[in-house]
Ligand binder design. Sequence first.
Ligand SMILES: [Zn+2]
Length: 406
Amino acid sequence: MAAASTPPASAPAAARPGTSAAPVGAGTCTVLAGGRVVLPTGVVDGGRVIVEGGRIAGAAPEGATVVDLTDHWLVPGFVDLHNHGGGGASFTSGTAEEVLRGVRTHREHGTTTVVASTVTGEPDFLARRAGELSELVEQGDLAGVHFEGPFISPCRKGAHSEALLRHPDPAEVLALVKAARGTAKMMTLAAELPGGLDSVRLLADHGVIAALGHTDATYEQTAEAIDAGATVATHLFNAMPPLGHRVPGPVAALLKDERVTVELINDGTHLHPAALELAVRCAGAARTAFITDAMDAAGFGDGAYALGPLEVEVKDGVARLVDDGSIAGSTLTLDTAFKRAATVDLMPVEDIVRAISANPARLLGIDDRVGSLEPGKDADLVVLDADFTLKGVLRKGAWVVDPRTA
Ligand SMILES: [Zn+2]
């Protein structure tokens, strides 16, 4: 229905990323040839990806258009589980057009699938907001909604308004999930608070990822929350007690449990490279998810911003609360996270692809469509040069960034 309707004057087609450009393979077939293709089974040198009608095809007919990508990497489009905005726009407070601008900004940096994260607000506001965002999920521009707060610990509030924090009352949790009309994918909460474990169970029962974060839980409380159904660590290490050798805290419980995937913000600011390496080695590539936790300034620039009701200043690409200097989200884009992982952290490219595409797609339950380069899946892919600099982005078979002109 959305595709057949005429966009209102206030939302020109150009502002709707991915809906205005014709797929490169529409009616024809395009072969992306000669690159190093990262498949679930490994890297194929001089491989090819065939794109037809917005999807990856198994075979190319005679006369297909060939795009030569020799000396380039071809990797699946990135999937961001945790992202608050970009391009100067906030997913928590922006208009639909602004949210789409943020989505487009991240797309230009390789993120072909993005979940919109909210920050702590009044329950009524968040419920209304979830309803608004759900429309953008339904039209295919967002992959879902992630509620970060308000059910988090005042001890580890980070860039969330303390006055608006609440205990995780299952009835209030359920109201938010329902307000998102089937598009709620994840909620970050502090399960040690009263009502926390029941809320984790409720989320798990409703197919919503219960993510532990902004938490002051002990090791034992964290293990209990995992037993109750929590499966994700929200930005591991950040906004939780540190790892201690006598008091291991949530980090140890989250890293060692095979049921948990750990989010990591690989921007060089949120995590020391050694902490990142420790986490990736311990969790393994199968349980690591690179996220941005980006705020409005991602892909935009330094300056004064708001994160929910809080004032933020971004300087040299680092976002901090004006009030107390807490880190307030990142300005990271996933192409930068990929490049850091390959060139600073020296991770194998196949492992980076799992952390940045395959694992988040699996967690979101959309790995039948995205997250890997396989016939039948959406033609979402990123072209990187030999130095891992982004040169092309294809989404549903349409170039967002064309490597022939980039
Ligand atoms: Zn966040």
